[in-house]
Design a protein around this ligand. Structure first.
Ligand code: ZN
Length: 239
């Protein structure tokens, strides 16, 4: 079974559609979504509905999903995220917001665990940017692989029992005696100077994870952001 692991779609329908098509071509029979379905881009309703229609493991809640579902005053986020989240709340009806708010913080299977940010205090949305943060997440991990998103920076960490080390390349073998923490990157707003959508293909039987990049119609997504009156910087950022 090949599982396509998606994260940080952020209401980018063009990127999501391209990734789903690519994953199906690559033989994915199931999908896993690590959250942040909404926020930043212009298609929150269509993206929620598309994700809900996928043959998916339980979709995980991200910090933007949580903000979109609630009605608390938005604190601790930058101006663009604030404006986009205020707009996003206005687009989503009560039923879709309730769906986002009811998503679980993590989903664990015998071979893999799925969480938005880190297994270390999942509700605190810690970023895994260094070996120390990776080690904190590994401390809560039993299955051989944990999939995360949140930082929008794809890459892998390996723990062979002697600390967390960065995995090399874009394909990781899940060897016996090792555990892996794989950041699948962002479908809808990559932040690593590669504008293509990012996701991962998990070959559960073969014990292998492959990071994938998919070109999509960036100009169309940018035009929708501007047409919706969302901050211009959010359109520029996609390029
Ligand atoms: Zn995100």
């Amino acid at each position: 079974m090949i599982i396509a692991v998606l994260s940080d779609i952020h209401a980018n329908l063009e990127a999501l559609a391209a990734v789903v098509a690519d994953a199906r071509r690559e033989g994915a029979g199931r999908f896993a979504c690590l959250g942040d379905v909404v926020g930043y881009n212009a298609d929150p309703v269509a993206c929620v509905d598309l994700v809900r229609g996928l043959p998916c493991l339980p979709c995980i809640r991200g910090n933007h999903d949580e903000m979109a579902a609630g009605d608390r005053v938005l604190l601790g986020i930058n101006r663009q995220a604030f404006d986009a989240m205020t707009w996003t709340r206005g687009q989503l009806d009560a039923e879709r917001r309730a769906w986002l708010g009811g998503l679980p913080l993590l989903h664990e299977e015998p071979d893999a665990v799925y969480v938005h940010a880190s297994l270390h205090e999942p509700a605190a949305w810690h970023y895994v940017h260094d070996a120390q943060a990776a080690a904190a997440s590994f401390a809560g991990q039993s299955p051989r692989v944990c999939f995360i998103g949140h930082s929008h920076q794809p890459g892998g960490w390996r723990d062979d029992g002697h600390g967390a080390k960065r995995g090399q390349g874009e394909s990781f073998e899940l060897a016996a005696g090792e555990r892996w923490l794989v950041n699948v990157g962002s479908v809808g707003q990559p932040r690593d100077h590669d504008p293509r959508a990012s996701y991962a293909l998990y070959d559960a039987d073969g014990g292998r994870v492959r990071l994938r990049r998919v070109a999509y119609d960036v100009a169309a997504a940018q035009a929708k952001i501007l047409a919706a009156g969302l901050p211009e910087q959010l359109a520029k950022r996609l390029g």
